[in-house]
Design a protein around this ligand. Structure first.
Ligand SMILES: CC(C)(COP(=O)(O)OP(=O)(O)OC[C@H]1O[C@@H](n2cnc3c(N)ncnc32)[C@H](O)[C@@H]1OP(=O)(O)O)[C@@H](O)C(=O)NCCC(=O)NCCS
Length: 91
């Protein structure tokens, strides 16, 4: 979603059998291009701090951590886990 110049990714997923083929990167890169075209300032997302694949992908795409929410995800197999808030500048 996009509001007041700030985009936010609510959900992104690639089917298990098709992971690690560049599709996640392409999906978010397409969002970044669209937001550039709309002159947005930044793109935000939240990610479970234990989600290593997603965090690696976001870092490669230029996201940096700007916040942390302890015990944000409550019904995970590891018990409650925190969320990282990440931001990618667009200007
Ligand atoms: C996160 C997710 C969308 C990544 O999609 P993907 O299509 O597999 O990612 P890509 O193939 O585009 O990966 C691009 C880069 O991200 C990093 N990356 C992706 N998966 C990784 C993994 N399992 N371990 C380490 N790095 C990983 C790598 O740097 C990778 O580049 P490389 O393959 O050249 O090393 C996918 O794992 C997924 O759907 N996960 C379940 C849902 C989810 O957690 N969504 C995010 C919620 S916030």
């Amino acid at each position: 979603r996009l509001a007041a110049g700030e985009g936010e990714i609510l959900t992104v997923a690639v089917a298990r059998a098709h992971r690690r083929q560049g599709l996640g990167w392409q999906l978010i890169d397409a969002v970044l291009r669209e937001l550039h075209a709309q002159r947005a300032e930044a793109l935000f997302l939240e990610v479970d701090e234990t989600n290593t694949p997603a965090i690696a992908l976001y870092r490669r795409l230029g996201f940096r951590q700007v916040g942390q929410r302890p015990n944000y995800y409550r019904s995970t197999e590891h018990g409650p886990t925190g969320a990282l808030v990440m931001r990618r500048d667009l200007r």
